[in-house]
Design a binder for this molecule. Structure first.
Ligand code: ZN
Length: 194
């Protein structure tokens, strides 16, 4: 099932998340729905808060960037990937810049500086413990999605100057004046649902 994606300004995106302690049918359904929602929106990653949930779970599919990743000398694990209770256990000292976007902030793209490589420890969807060191686009996507689990958006990383330039656009979005070619949940919809 394709779920609506919560947009900038909704409380869901800033909500505290909870570790998952059991592999249930409901969790597997959530994961299936998140993968379907990510594909429907042509995204490369999606975190539970973006569909109004508080589980520490995100999904990734970087198939569309496999060539770039391999050109960077990295291998691409089987996709899609599911990260349950992820922890970034190491970050490289070297940073890099990359232009990011977010399904919750349609049509905004900004340069963000992050560590070039990270190691992430997590449970896969079968609840097997995994740990891997990643670089290139995969490191980028994982750090972006991981931030969502802590209520952090990529726009939070921008300089005060860039944030000021974006202020009006984001305010408009928070008011619900926003469009995308996938279903969105705005602050107004969120208020009606609760
Ligand atoms: Zn995002």
């Amino acid at each position: 099932m394709v779920l609506p994606i919560y947009v900038y300004g909704t409380e869901a995106l800033r909500e505290e998340t909870e570790p998952v302690d059991e592999n249930t049918e409901a969790l597997q359904t959530l994961i299936d729905n998140m993968i379907e929602t990510m594909y429907a929106a042509s995204g490369i990653g999606l975190a539970a808060p973006q569909v109004g949930r508080t589980e520490r779970v995100f999904v990734v599919d970087v198939t569309s960037m496999a060539d770039e990743i391999e050109e960077d000398g990295e291998s691409v694990p089987p996709q899609p990937m599911v990260f349950i209770n992820p922890e970034i256990v190491w970050e490289s000292e070297a940073d890099c810049d990359f232009e990011e976007g977010c399904l919750s902030i349609p049509d905004v793209r900004e340069m963000v500086t992050r560590p070039e490589r990270v190691s992430v420890r997590y449970l896969d969807r079968d609840f097997n413990e995994q740990e891997m060191e990643v670089g290139s686009m995969l490191a980028r996507v994982i750090q972006h999605e991981y931030d969502h689990l802590d209520g952090v958006l990529f726009t939070d990383h921008l300089s005060a100057f860039r944030q000021r330039l974006l202020r009006r656009t984001l305010k408009r979005m928070a008011r619900g004046d926003v469009e995308a070619d996938y279903p969105l949940a705005t602050r107004e919809a969120e208020a009606h649902a609760s």
